[in-house]
Design a protein around this ligand. Structure first.
Ligand code: CDP
Ligand code: MG
Length: 739
């Protein structure tokens, strides 16, 4: 533990953090209307574009509560020994004052838990300190991030600070993208990438320091890394390990890592007023737009930028679009509002925009997913608008179904979000839900991902690492036994494990691919069906994560037509994607072709990058790139189904689809090319489920029922195919967005 002076002290009894962050939230009592009457709501809309809602409803934000944070900027500029290190900007960061103490502590301890508020400089500075102190002389400093965007943007930032080209001394490594070189000393990477490093280099000997950053996020990969690094530091005494976290409950990390000392960087936080809505908001995107405009109009320009938390790309784009439209409507009556979206799949050049300094006569509004909760720090934010929701993976081990669900965030996450408003000055956080809802409906803490996800991929990787006894693996928080069993079962059904639970040859090859087991199975089985070329393109297109097609409002009809052109000839979404890729390739990967066909060129380039890498891996496992051509695409669908047979649904009499094994009612996503088919396919195999208002199947292809027994004999029997008559199940999840 560190005391106020930043020294490690042995007395663990006192909750140091608790003293520093005064937690006595003074009850304000008085109900202060936020907006009063300065603005007439109907004026904000900007003419015709304004949504009718505003006129009818008085949108009130009520002052409720104040969280007082201690201002921790007692020291700045120099560290205790009076050394001057780094540029002026870096010197302002809270971590700077502790540079020497930190390095001293590093000398004395092999493992350290590092705790500091978001924005204190942990991610950008600590690796540089280690580099400057000579740790990179005998190996790389790795710093893991749960998110790709964070790994990229932080690496970019640090390369600027160090005055080096990105990819040289400082680099990053994320799935399908390696921006490092032989020169690289400081390497940012996703936690999943470090996990993969264990496969090729079990002792990680090319690294001298590991920083498991954003440990509080408790992603699945981070949790697995904990177990692996805990083991590795025991036999590699020269390896330094830092677990870095932005939240207060570092004791758990310390306890897990044999009572490793906790090094605290006192935060530098200003008070943040928390405001709740008086009434539940039915549409938080709309509410976010209105609140943004209210802030923009009533609060002095220069008083700070705005950060909005929404759940995903679609919402963010809708919000950005509405804001653009409405501010345009208001014209020169209001100062300029610079709208910056940020989400995982946003192209890198646009990501950089969120960090640009706001010009004096304008205000910036950053619209983000929970990536901006802790992974990215944007300076100058004084207003936070919190929807109270995030997209979360949810997994039901009983049915084996995993889907992305918009879920209420935890109180801890909400408090973290509000903290983003108080980094550089006192701020305000507008919660788009009621105080009652916060207290009664939000969980206290976010459940670690390991307890709500499918573990197939991780189990396969651990097996490939030779870790066989997973039930006794040293998890910080063990996954439910049921989830582990499910993972074993599904890997067995895929043929990756034999009935003794050992990795098969197929399983070993599957583990070579940085893909979910279902995808890697599809790739490998394509060898048998002689369509490796086609499956690689299809799998790459499915793996982009971003949408391939775009549909400008004014050209919706043309865009739809272009899209349906790829669907002509059948084969559903998978084969449409394949046709799209092939045509693009035939057209020399052209930009003009993309433009004419309403295809996102950036998505296509990403698919090509992914494809190149997968093709390289195929070479490594000695697979020939066979081709079946496009006229007969059945082998491609068969290969896909050989991986995705868990995701098969059958048409029921009511016209809906029911999954064969788990008997859940699912619906064809309206965006599927099959949605327009007059005769629906009796059997569908889908890529993923997405739960919004109902359980939607995305990226679907028509298949034949009899394939199932051939492709997945461990999983389907003849009975399944005859008797899956689509008995309707009661709805599994009922979720109401209104709170
Ligand atoms: O990791 P931690 O949350 O402690 O802080 P950090 O990410 O190292 O951020 C330290 C400072 O670097 C912040 O004030 C950010 O404004 C700045 N930064 C930036 O300007 N651009 C980035 N891509 C990352 C950080
Ligand atoms: Mg950080």
């Amino acid at each position: 533990f560190m005391d106020e002076e930043g020294m490690i002290n042995k007395d663990k009894k006192e909750g140091v953090m608790k003293q520093r962050y005064k937690e006595d939230k003074e009850e304000k009592g008085e109900e202060e209307l936020w907006m009063e009457s300065q603005i007439n709501k109907s004026k904000i809309g900007g003419g015709k574009e304004g949504r009718k809602k505003e006129g009818e409803k008085e949108y009130e934000l009520v002052f409720d509560d104040e969280i007082e944070f201690v201002v921790g900027n007692k020291r700045k500029g120099k560290n205790k020994k009076g050394e001057e290190v780094g540029s002026d900007d870096e010197k302002k960061l809270p971590v700077y004052a502790y540079r020497q103490e930190f390095l001293d502590a590093m000398k004395d301890h092999q493992v350290l838990i590092l705790v500091g508020e978001t924005g204190s400089g942990k991610t950008t500075q600590i690796p540089q300190y280690l580099h400057e102190a000579g740790y990179t002389d005998y190996g790389k400093v790795a710093c893991t991030q749960p998110r790709r965007v964070a790994a990229m943007s932080v690496a970019a930032r640090v390369s600027v600070e160090m005055g080096k080209r990105l990819g040289a001394e400082v680099g990053y490594q994320i799935r399908f993208e390696d921006c490092t070189s032989e020169k690289t000393k400081v390497q940012y990477m996703t936690d999943g990438m470090l996990l993969r490093c264990f496969l090729t280099e079990p002792d990680l000997k090319s690294f001298s320091c590991l920083i498991i950053d954003e440990a509080h996020e408790r992603t699945l990969h981070t949790d697995i890394l904990f177990g692996l690094v805990k083991d590795i530091v025991r036999f590699r005494s020269d390896l330094k390990l830092i677990i870095s976290s932005a939240t207060l409950n570092a004791e758990a990390f310390s306890a897990y890592l044999d009572d490793a000392p906790i090094f605290m960087i006192p935060g530098r936080m200003f008070p943040v007023d928390i405001l709740y809505t008086k009434q539940p908001e039915a549409d938080y995107v709309d509410a976010a737009v209105v609140t943004t405009l209210q802030i923009h109009v009533t609060q002095k320009i220069g008083s700070g930028d705005i950060l909005i938390f929404l759940t995903g790309q679609e919402e963010i784009e809708a919000c950005a679009e509405t804001l653009t439209m409405r501010t345009k409507g208001l014209g020169s009556r209001i100062p300029e509002l610079i709208i910056c979206p940020i989400y995982a799949n946003l192209p890198a050049d646009q990501q950089a925009k969120i960090f640009e300094k706001t010009p004096p006569n304008a205000r910036k509004v950053v619209i983000a997913t929970n990536i901006a909760e802790t992974s990215l720090t944007i300076d100058g934010i004084c207003y936070v608008i919190d929807s109270g929701f995030a997209k979360q993976k949810s997994y039901n081990p009983k049915t084996g179904m995993e889907s992305l669900v918009v879920t209420p965030i935890s109180q801890a996450a909400s408090n973290q979000r509000s903290g983003r408003a108080g980094r550089t000055a006192p701020g305000k956080c507008f919660r788009l839900f009621t105080a009652w809802s916060f207290k009664n409906e939000l969980e206290e803490n976010t459940v670690p991902e390991i307890q709500r996800t499918n573990m197939g991929n991780v189990v396969l990787q651990l097996k490939a690492l030779g870790i066989n006894d997973l039930l006794n693996f040293d998890f910080m928080d063990a996954p439910p036994a049921e989830t582990l069993m499910r993972a074993f079962e599904s890997l067995y059904a895929l043929g990756a494990l034999n009935d003794k639970g050992d990795l098969t040859k197929l399983g070993r090859r599957m583990a070579e691919f940085p893909l979910e087991p279902m995808l890697s199975k599809a790739v490998i089985i394509a060898e048998k069906y002689k369509c490796v070329k086609e499956i690689l393109s299809t799998v790459s297109m499915l793996s982009i994560g971003a949408s391939v097609f775009y549909k400008p409002k004014e050209k919706a009809v043309h865009a739809d037509q272009a899209r349906m052109n790829f669907a002509r000839g059948g084969g559903g979404d998978q084969i449409s994607l394949l046709r799209c890729y092939n045509e693009w390739e035939e057209n020399d990967h052209g930009t003009q072709w993309c433009f004419e066909n309403f295809v996102q060129v950036k998505s296509m380039r990403k698919a090509r990058d992914i494809r190149d890498q997968l093709a390289g891996l195929c070479e490594r496992v000695e697979m020939e790139e066979t081709s079946c051509g496009l006229d007969n695409f059945e082998p491609v669908l068969k290969s896909f189904t050989a991986g995705f047979f868990f995701n098969v649904a059958k048409l029921s009499r009511s016209g809906d689809y029911t999954t064969v094994k788990s008997r859940t009612t699912c619906y064809l996503h309206p965006g599927s090319v099959l949605a327009k088919d007059e005769v629906p396919s009796k059997w569908l195999c889908y890529f993923e489920l997405s739960f919004t208002t109902k359980e939607y199947m995305r990226q679907c292809c028509p298949i034949k029922g009899e394939w199932l027994v051939e492709l997945a004999p461990h999983y389907y029997s003849g009975e399944d195919i005859e008797e899956a008559k689509g008995k309707k199940m009661p709805k599994q999840r009922q979720y109401n967005k209104t709170r």
